[in-house]
Design a protein around this ligand. Structure first.
Ligand code: ARG
Ligand code: ZN
Length: 849
């Protein structure tokens, strides 16, 4: 059943108070709910009371103490209007649920003997009968009865004894922020005092034995709390803040009020088990969930169409935080790489949807790169357009005006309009229209006047054939031919389909640096000669555009090689060599420059040129480029490697991570020349997981590393999150013709727990990410992914639906591949009892075929 934004209606009633009692049992948990209810004055009609509920066994139901028999169906409990008292009343229900059998990991479920919950978006209805929608906010009190030693819920502790604990959350919240955890857990604890002097107990709860892997997450949490006070003026508002690490979890983490629940892979870290990327992700996700306390919890969403209200803003805030903690330039580049590889890819295919969608079948299918990542970019543009000071005033007003409310994108834009006096109706198109705008640039130089003329095209997307011009903030700088900057960064505000901007008083025709800092999520289609790209890579003062020049060049080279067998461009090799050996540049930046574009990105580029990408040729081109680069960089690589291979004691700092990244990039290239000799010794000497994985990856890439795979497994076989790396690496480096077979062998291995979402995503996700392997002309990649989606779907529809996006690019490819992909999608669709989650995804993917 499809839900539409246009159909929004406030709920019929208000819930003033919720009292919940849980009598935990693996197969027969009892949930008692007492709801204090009254009619919603915002609704003039006298409606019946309809509560959501799925998979619940109703034991009893009382209205103001009197047993009643409500109307039940598979999705709800209803009490007719004429059976309800005129004013306020109390409804008590008791239901039975079976957390142990809950493989969907939604609602109350069990993971390694621990009880935990995931309620966003609509999981609370699997716990008890309730209006499971974000605009119904209430005060929750919770009593947990269980013999397990640690019993947690939202808010502040309100008492505990042998076999029970009570929790009281003073802040009204929607049901999706409810959480409960019970298990044999150990805490890594710390104290925090807020700016206004409130002491807060911080705990990270993990399985016994994992306590010594929590320090980095705790440090990240404390820095996040301080940062939100300093930058946004937002303080924490409870006496305790708990984080729990869970091994079976569908997503990354969840911001439940005062009780964040995390996928264990985003909490646990030690130098020997976590890579530098893991550390960076942990820091970002800890911050993200913490920041939700204000942007999401204190101010929540009126309905799920407004998801980007909390997610776009919270991603934007976690990006700002990471930029402040690390290198802003490096963070920006990494964020744009992710945006392009995930969101542009989504926006360019059959699953394209607006940042604020207008309809959905299953809301879990809309926790997407578009809602999150593009949602954050839209806020970045808004900030650029109004300026930093107005942004801050608008945010202050937002928190002031909407604290305690369930708000909308209209509310969000209104605070900016009120603060600046600007009309944001055109800007709002970024929320309502899907698709990545294409921006063309032409330059003219006449009598000392330099003109840049931009044309924007907004391509059609499913359900949106025609689009209007958007407001595009284009940050531009101009350089002199000698490399000096003559016009420092200014922002051009484009509002029309075609628009020119003039620069006067220049002595010579400048070289433009356009879209600095990636000031808008658009595809810049500027034809520039390789010399100009090389010039910008050497001279641009904007770190993002400096990197972007090299990246654009690399993409052009790879595309030309794949399309017409062009040779590796010497201009690219020379430019990259200059950057690689420029010791004045940040090692992390140089490592990013050495990372070649992904094959899927090149397929995206070729598709945008109106051509059909050939995965095998793209794969060969990328390899050839890497080989040529290894030769061009020559002996300098060994020197670089030796210089970076120091004995400093491990720190997860951005500076040290950057040195490691460059060292590993050098190692990877060196392996192409020495057949992996140096990498083998680097593996043996590795003092961190980053180095271990880096060396192993370098070995696998040149067809070596079998012995190292064995020793890695011997060392880490008991640590499933670490073994995910072992699985992913083998699939990532498998030859295209073998990738599906490698993935099949790993996922089918005895004892491999494919029902765990991390495991499933690792193997199937790695196969989907092996571009030439997944799209191999044999069709084996498509078939294997479809087989396993069908296998997982009956158990865990949410994760099956997410992983199915592997297929979202299928319309790009040639007729033979399209035919095979379509056949697999149709096979999925034909399965009996397919979940509505996976059905919606597959139908949308087929729709644009
Ligand atoms: N709100 C969470 C976050 O962004 C995501 C949880 C979504 N879960 C889901 N099943 N849809 O941090
Ligand atoms: Zn979030």
């Amino acid at each position: 059943k499809t839900v539409y934004l246009a159909d929004y209606l406030p709920y019929s009633h208000l819930i003033d108070k919720v009292d919940l009692t849980f009598r935990l049992h693996p197969t027969a948990t009892r949930v008692l709910a007492r709801l204090n209810i009254r009619p919603n004055p915002a609704r003039k009609d006298r409606d019946h009371l309809r509560l959501d509920g799925e998979g619940l066994k109703l034991v009893s139901c009382r209205l103001d103490g009197q047993a009643i028999t409500p109307t039940l169906d598979a999705r709800s409990l209803t009490i007719a209007a004429h059976e309800l008292p005129v004013g306020a009343f109390t409804l008590e229900t008791e239901v039975e649920i079976a957390p142990e059998g809950n493989t969907a990991l939604e609602g109350l479920y069990m993971s390694n003997g621990m009880y935990c919950t995931q309620c966003e978006a609509e999981g609370f209805r699997k716990i008890t009968y309730y209006p499971d929608r974000p605009d119904v906010m209430s005060r929750f009190k919770v009593r947990i009865e269980s013999d397990l030693p640690v019993l947690l819920s939202n808010g502040n502790p309100a008492g505990q004894g042998q076999g029970w604990a009570e929790w009281d959350d003073p802040w009204p919240k929607p049901a999706y922020l409810f959480a409960l955890v019970a298990g044999d857990l150990r805490a890594h604890s710390a104290k925090f005092v807020t700016a206004s002097g409130r002491p807060v107990d911080l705990n990270i709860w993990v399985r016994p034995g994992d306590e010594d892997r929590c320090a980095y997450a705790m440090d990240s949490l404390i820095r996040s709390m301080r940062w939100d006070e300093q930058v946004y003026g937002r303080e924490y508002d409870l006496d305790v803040f708990n984080i729990v690490a869970v091994d079976d979890f569908n997503m990354g983490a969840m911001e439940n009020k005062g009780l964040n629940i995390f996928n264990s892979r985003y909490v646990l870290a030690s130098p020997d088990t976590a890579t530098d990327d893991d550390y960076a992700r942990i820091e970002a996700i800890i911050a993200h969930e913490y920041f939700h306390n204000w942007t999401g919890n204190r101010i929540t969403c009126r309905d799920w169409f407004q998801l980007c209200l909390k997610e776009g803003l919270t991603v934007f805030r976690d990006h700002q935080f990471s930029a402040d903690m690390r290198s802003p330039a490096v963070r920006r580049i990494e964020d744009v790489v992710t945006l392009r590889s995930r969101q542009f890819r989504e926006d360019d295919g059959p699953l394209a949807h607006p940042v604020r969608p207008e309809s959905f079948v299953e809301i879990n299918n809309f926790y997407t790169a578009t809602v999150y990542e593009k949602g954050a970019e839209v806020i970045g543009m808004l900030k650029s357009l109004v300026g930093d000071q107005a942004y801050q005033r608008a945010l202050d007003l937002y928190f002031d005006r909407h604290d305690g409310e369930a708000a909308t994108i209209e509310d969000w834009l209104k605070v900016f309009e009120d603060v600046t006096g600007r009309d944001l109706s055109q800007f709002k198109l970024w929320y309502t229209e899907a698709g990545t705008p294409r921006l063309k640039v032409e330059e003219a130089w006449n009598d000392g006047i330099y003109t840049l003329t931009f044309t924007q095209k907004n391509p059609p997307t499913p359900g949106q054939p025609v689009k209007q011009p958007k407001v595009i903030p284009i940050k531009v700088g101009l350089l002199n031919p000698n490399g000096d900057e003559v016009v420092p960064t200014i922002m051009l505000e484009m509002t029309r389909a075609k628009q020119s901007f003039r620069f006067e008083g220049l002595a010579a025709k400048p070289v433009p640096s356009i879209l600095r800092g990636f000031s808008a999520p658009v595809v810049l289609e500027r034809k520039a000669p390789p010399e100009e790209r090389a010039f910008l890579l050497a001279h641009d003062t904007d770190a993002f555009n400096k990197w972007e020049a090299g990246r654009a060049l690399a993409k052009e080279v790879m595309a030309a090689m794949a399309l017409k067998g062009a040779p590796v461009s010497p201009a690219w090799l020379d430019a990259l060599a200059a950057v690689t050996f420029d010791d004045t540049l940040d090692p992390a930046f140089r490592a990013l420059c050495l990372r070649l574009p992904a094959e899927d990105d090149i397929a995206q580029t070729i598709h945008a040129m109106g051509r059909i990408p050939d995965p095998a040729r793209i794969h060969a081109a990328r390899r050839e480029m890497a080989g040529a680069l290894a030769i061009r960089l020559g002996e300098g690589l060994s020197r670089l490697y030796r210089d970076l291979d120091d004995n400093a004691p491990f720190s997860p700092s951005a500076a040290q991570a950057g040195r490691r990244a460059l060292k590993i990039a050098a190692l990877g290239l060196l392996s192409r020349r020495d057949g992996g000799r140096l990498a083998a010794s680097a593996f043996a000497r590795a003092r961190s997981m980053t180095e271990e994985v880096g060396a192993l990856s370098a070995l696998l890439e040149v067809g070596q590393g079998q012995a190292e795979l064995v020793s890695f497994a011997a060392r880490w076989g008991r640590d499933a999150n670490v073994m995910d790396k072992w699985h992913a690496l083998q699939i990532a480096h498998a030859e295209p013709a073998e990738a599906a077979a490698v993935a099949a062998r790993l996922i089918g291995a005895p004892g491999f727990d494919w029902k765990n979402p991390n495991r499933f995503r690792t193997v199937i996700g790695a196969l989907a990410a092996n571009h030439a392997g997944f799209h191999h002309r044999s069709g084996a990649g498509y078939r294997l992914v479809a087989d396993w989606l069908l296998k997982l779907d009956p158990l865990n529809p949410q994760t099956a639906a997410r992983v199915s996006t592997a297929f979202e690019t299928w319309p790009r490819y040639d007729a033979a591949r399209r035919k095979r992909a379509r056949a697999e999608l149709e096979r999925i669709l034909a399965a009996p009892d397919l979940s509505s989650d996976l059905r919606e995804m597959v139908e949308r993917m087929l729709g644009a075929g």
